[in-house]
Ligand binder design. Structure first.
Ligand code: HEM
Length: 592
């Protein structure tokens, strides 16, 4: 349209014919000669829809400007937005690894409360612990943002994405299955699988390799066993296919987050990935359904023989065992770290009666449905098992991989971790006990510090159903907005961490934690919708990492500044979690 005057436009609208004549770019005679009436008709055909489109865009823009959301949203600091697209064009043609960089640039410019417009959708990023607390600690702002809908075909209305009464009742049912006694019963599973991965890693000695592949596989194996009761011994090919399908599904959802065209359902449905997704879901749901059917059959067969598995209540209640006096009363450093945002999981520790019979989460849910304790259908059980498989998989795989990379880089820290392990285990090969994990205080600090610098879930998104007043400038975030808690930014807030970008496990020394805002450390989120698998994850990480480090020394020369991070669902290294391993010489650092 360059070179057209408004007058020309007006004339064009009047009769749709004379524009080419008046632009002077071609002679009127030649145009009329060549195209005649046909050209006029084509012009009309193209022009009128364009005018209608432009008018619609203008009207939508005007309507947006006058809406409450728009007015309140624009009080907040943020980059200038263009009509219709808002700030969405900033993300166009950007690779996922560039998003963190953009985020930091914007944060530097606008501070720790930033608004953005994705078209007419208002997105508000928060990275001040005081503001984050307002959202996460609330019983009102608990609805997940619409971006979680990509999980729906897989996880249905499982705990991660459900809301309202369904979420409340399922949370009440599932939280007790993560009781400390039930977790203790998983220690053998964690040990056995950790030993397996040590053997699988043996051929890698001396090579540079991506440790995430191993961490991912062992995590799925552990989850298959603890969530569904499927062991390596009992699993057939369907167990392997399931594990592969879980990994590939994570990748598809990941792609739907950062490839804009795949966000639109109608485009996704005609993309080849949709067919792949359907096949993967057939595998995933096929196995979950098969196992539920089988377990239910076994339950009835056993019941007919008078064998009834213990209920969740029986597993988690009773008189404390006198011979089970644990160091610190069974409390770990993370119990202290997370006590500030006390949630339903904290009540789990108060009835520590020692280890009992092992049952997978699925067995526990089936049992509670059968004995009438909880109203949950087979379909809902399937959704919850799938949710646990998803949430428990990539998060811990990424967390453990980051720990091994950072220890490879910080040999002094690794030496201290090993000295602690040597004190507990000497040069023996014995498996870890629950009590041992309570002694792994320095390793725990290393894990917590790693999750600070590289939180596997780098953002948490909520949709506001009501206005929320935050601490920063008393801003009111309007209902309808999507609030994104930028965990990555919160964890590197200079007001709360001295040298926020430096790896320093001493950040979790009691004296350094004492006066820190509780919501300045939220790798597992916090409040009513906090991670239900937090204690499971930390126990598993301690056993897995201690077993690996008792057998190998991790070595890495890649400095953190060269990590290429990719962020959306799970934070990972796009350049791969590359390390080398050397056989561990089992002597303390003082003797080396
Ligand atoms: C290092 C490991 C882990 C990290 C960093 C992590 C982090 C998180 C975060 C940040 C949330 C809140 C997500 C949101 O609101 O969008 C969450 C929720 C959840 N996590 Fe984890 N998680 C980990 C391991 C696990 C494990 C091992 C399990 C299960 C075995 C698990 C099960 C869940 C479930 C079921 C939810 C949904 C809770 C609800 O909405 O009520 N997580 N996790």
């Amino acid at each position: 349209m360059r070179g057209l005057s408004i007058q020309v436009l007006a004339n064009w609208m009047a009769d749709g014919a004379a524009f080419v004549v008046q632009t002077g770019k071609m002679s009127s005679a030649s145009v009329v000669d060549v195209t005649g009436d046909q050209a006029v008709n084509t012009t009309k055909l193209l022009f009128y829809p364009l005018v209608i489109l432009a008018s619609c865009v203008w009207m939508i823009h005007r309507w947006q400007q006058q809406s409450r959301l728009y007015r309140m949203g624009n009080i907040l600091p943020g980059p200038a937005a263009v009509p219709l697209f808002g700030n969405a064009l900033m993300a166009l043609f950007k690779k996922p690894e560039q998003f963190i960089e953009i985020g930091f640039r914007i944060c530097d410019q606008y501070g720790y409360v930033v608004r953005g417009w994705l078209g007419s959708k208002l997105v508000i990023f928060l990275a001040n612990p005081e503001d984050v607390e307002v959202i996460l600690n609330s019983n009102v702002h608990i609805d997940k943002a619409s971006d979680y809908r990509y999980f729906e075909p897989w996880l249905g209305e499982g705990l991660l994405i459900s809301s309202g009464q369904k979420w409340r009742s399922h949370r009440k049912m599932i939280a007790p299955t993560f009781h400390i006694n039930i977790l203790k019963s998983f220690v053998d599973v964690f040990n056995q699988n950790s030993k397996n991965v040590v053997e699988k890693m043996r051929p890698e000695i001396g090579k540079t390799f991506d440790v995430h592949d191993h961490m991912s596989e062992v995590t799925v194996d552990i989850l298959l066993e603890t969530a569904m009761g499927i062991t390596r011994k009992t699993q057939d090919k369907s167990g392997y296919d399931y594990a592969m399908a879980v990994m590939k599904m994570c990748d598809i959802i990941h792609q739907r987050h950062y490839k804009f065209w795949l966000r639109l359902d109608f485009l996704f449905k005609i993309h080849p990935l949709y067919k792949t997704q359907q096949k993967l879901l057939d595998i995933i749901h096929g196995l979950t359904n098969k196992v539920i059917k089988l377990k239910k059959k076994m339950y009835y067969e056993n019941k007919a023989k008078g064998i009834i598995p213990p209920s969740i209540q029986e597993l988690t209640e009773g008189k404390p065992l006198s011979n089970n006096v644990l160091a610190n009363g069974g409390k770990t450093l993370s119990d202290t770290v997370f006590k500030g945002y006390r949630d339903d999981l904290d009540f789990n520790d108060e009835n520590d009666v020692g280890e009992k019979k092992r049952l997978a989460f699925l067995d526990l849910m089936l049992e509670s449905a059968q004995n009438g304790t909880n109203q949950i259908t087979d379909h809902e059980i399937k959704e919850e098992v799938d949710t646990i498989m998803f949430e428990g998989h990539d998060t811990t795989a990424a967390g453990s991989s980051f720990v091994l990379c950072l220890l490879g880089l910080h040999q002094d820290v690794q030496a201290r971790v090993y000295d602690e392990l040597y004190e507990i285990f000497g040069d023996s090969d014995r498996p870890a006990t629950f009590n041992d994990t309570l002694q792994m205080k320095y390793l725990e600090r290393v894990i917590l510090e790693t999750l600070r610098l590289y939180p596997p879930v780098p953002i948490i998104a909520r949709e506001l159903k009501k206005d929320a007043k935050i601490a920063t400038h008393g801003y009111v975030l309007p209902a309808g907005a999507t609030v994104v808690v930028a965990t990555y930014g919160v964890h590197r807030h200079p007001k709360h961490y001295k040298d926020p970008d430096t790896f320093n496990p001493d950040n979790f020394l009691p004296e350094n934690m004492q006066n820190r805002h509780y919501y300045s450390y939220i790798p597992f989120s916090a409040g009513p919708r906090s991670c239900v698998g937090r204690k499971y994850a930390l126990l598993k990480l301690k056993i897995l990492l201690s077993t690996i480090l008792r057998n190998y020394k991790s070595v890495s020369e890649i400095p953190e500044k060269d990590y290429k991070l990719t962020s959306d669902i799970i934070l990972k290294r796009l350049d791969g979690f590359r390390i080398k391993i050397e056989p561990r010489v089992r002597v303390p650092s003082t003797a080396a």
